[in-house]
Write a protein that binds this ligand. Sequence first.
Ligand SMILES: [Zn+2]
Length: 235
Amino acid sequence: MSKRVMNPATRVAAVALATAGLGASLVAGAGSAFAAEGKAVVPTAATASAAVAAQAETQAHLAAQVKAAAAKKTVAVKATAVKATATKKAVTAKKAPAWVKPVSSYTLSASFNQGGAMWAHKHSGQDFAVPVGTPVKAAGAGTVVKAGPYGGGDGPAYGNAIVIKHANGKYSQYAHLSKIQVKIGQKVGAGQRIALSGNTGNSSGPHLHFEIRTTPNYGSAVNPAAFLRAHGVGI
Ligand SMILES: [Zn+2]
């Protein structure tokens, strides 16, 4: 603070400035500046008026800035909303089906629960007759929990096989493969290639054996054709 005693004119200016909305600190700052110059500066009424006018102008300017910022914000919010809508549309348009056929082109052969000399019990899956080397795709998104020879652990009859765990609690199984192209723990998307079909294990000819299971293991299979059809996949 200035030790200088405020003269009446300064007081008038200070009052005017304070009235105009200037804080006490600004008045003190002005006073300090006066003191620093080492001489008493007597602000004239004109100076005070100019300060008031300047302050008014500043406030008007600030108000304009606030208004502009608000307008800008409104535009930005609108733009964001438009962008969100566009993104939503794009997602809807691009949304891949949750379930797909495990092979694209095939002839349905042995069906679920079919009896026959090939199986110790009834047939636990749906067979898709395809040439050896046909790309096999994950029927749905999930995580690979079995992948390897001997049915990935389920038994030699399956040959090279893969089991995928899905978010709905079901498991899909792919057997008699010629080449496994995923590893245990790998996440896959619906329709992602996971293997090439083959004729390994207890197989009467080139085909994909496909199961839907309620657990990762043999013995928990449900009708895979009915499952796919119930999930919008016509086979
Ligand atoms: Zn089969």
